[in-house]
Ligand binder design. Structure first.
Ligand SMILES: [Zn+2]
Length: 322
């Protein structure tokens, strides 16, 4: 992937919601320089090559729907292949999680499914586990370095665009998964239409996003939640609206427990209250982590008032669509 589209470098205000037509309000705005120095503070420096890919952009703003909570940045500045290669340390770093809460949910949901496509499969950790269970799998990953890492572990991965996959894999899969992918995509509805071509009628779509109506809503914006990394933001309500646009039936909507994200949340809360980071780290080592380990072990059912990082949606592709 090369430079983001130059034509989209305009501060076009988004007035109505892509999903529900509701009114949108601008709530956050960033300059490109701000965003890349923010990445620098997080320990990620990018090459001149990547910085040059964004030099035509000056600023981007978030527009949030007052009705369903869906958020979209304009101008749309998406991550390039090189951006993701460098962010993921050429596919070898910790950017792609080996095992997540949503992977465990999906492994359970996919027990009866034989052929599975994962869009945005990263270094292929999830597909590798499906393959070990005897499933027929294919991944799509535009980060060429991450795809190469997946292939080293004998996971079959394509690096072509979604239109090419849709043309070559029509109706081939019983299930399709997208874990933390759709918020990176410039045109989510068009993208998902192509994805759904690959799914058999009656097949299962698993879609996970950071849930902006959960614990993230109570926290400061992070650099990973702004362009060129995330270009849209989702709520359970906006996820549910996808069914209406894409001829899908929402089967289930689940939320990652908040305790999976409490360390980050508490760290931020303490920082806001003037507690230096090194004290928080020490407190963590000396036992602050124990209550969270306790919650994780017990998984109390009543602990649902604060939803965690991820929303997990299960959709069924309607039979009527071909
Ligand atoms: Zn909306």
């Amino acid at each position: 992937m090369n430079r983001p589209d130059r034509l989209s470098n305009q501060m076009a205000a988004v007035t109505s919601c892509l999903l529900c037509n509701g009114d949108c309000l601008s709530s956050e705005s960033y300059t490109i320089n701000q965003i890349f120095s923010w990445w620098g503070e997080q320990g990620h420096s990018f090459s001149r090559k990547v910085l040059n890919q964004y030099r035509d952009f000056s600023r981007t703003a978030l527009y949030t729907c007052k009705s369903c909570g869906f958020g979209i940045f304009s101008p749309m500045i998406a991550g390039t292949n090189e951006f993701y290669q460098e962010l993921s340390s050429e596919g070898q770093g910790s950017y792609y999680s080996q095992e997540t809460w949503e992977h465990r949910q999906a492994l359970n949901d996919l027990q009866e499914y034989g052929s599975i496509l994962e869009i945005g499969c990263g270094a292929g950790y999830f597909l590798e586990r499906l393959k070990q269970r005897g499933k027929k799998v294919l991944g799509l990953e535009l980060n060429a370095a991450a795809a190469a890492v997946a292939r080293q572990r004998e996971v079959s991965v394509k690096t072509t665009d979604i239109e090419t996959i849709a043309n070559s894999q029509q109706g081939r899969f019983e299930a399709v998964c997208l874990f933390q992918v759709i918020e990176h995509v410039a045109k989510p509805l068009e993208f998902l239409r192509h994805v759904l071509v690959c799914l058999k009628p009656g097949g299962l779509l698993i879609l996970c996003v950071p849930n902006m109506a959960g614990i993230l809503k109570k926290m400061d914006p992070t650099v990973s939640n702004v362009p060129p990394h995330h270009v849209t933001r989702w709520t359970p309500e906006s996820l549910g609206l996808l069914g209406r646009h894409l001829h899908l039936t929402l089967v289930d909507l689940r939320y990652e427990p908040a305790y999976n994200f409490l360390r980050t949340y508490l760290g931020e809360w303490l920082r806001h209250h003037g507690i230096p980071e090194w004290i928080t780290e020490q407190a963590w080592r000396l036992g602050l982590s124990l209550p969270i380990k306790f919650l994780r072990t017990l998984k109390p059912k009543g602990f649902k008032s604060l939803l965690g990082h991820t929303a997990y949606a299960l959709f069924r592709k309607n039979e009527a669509i071909g």
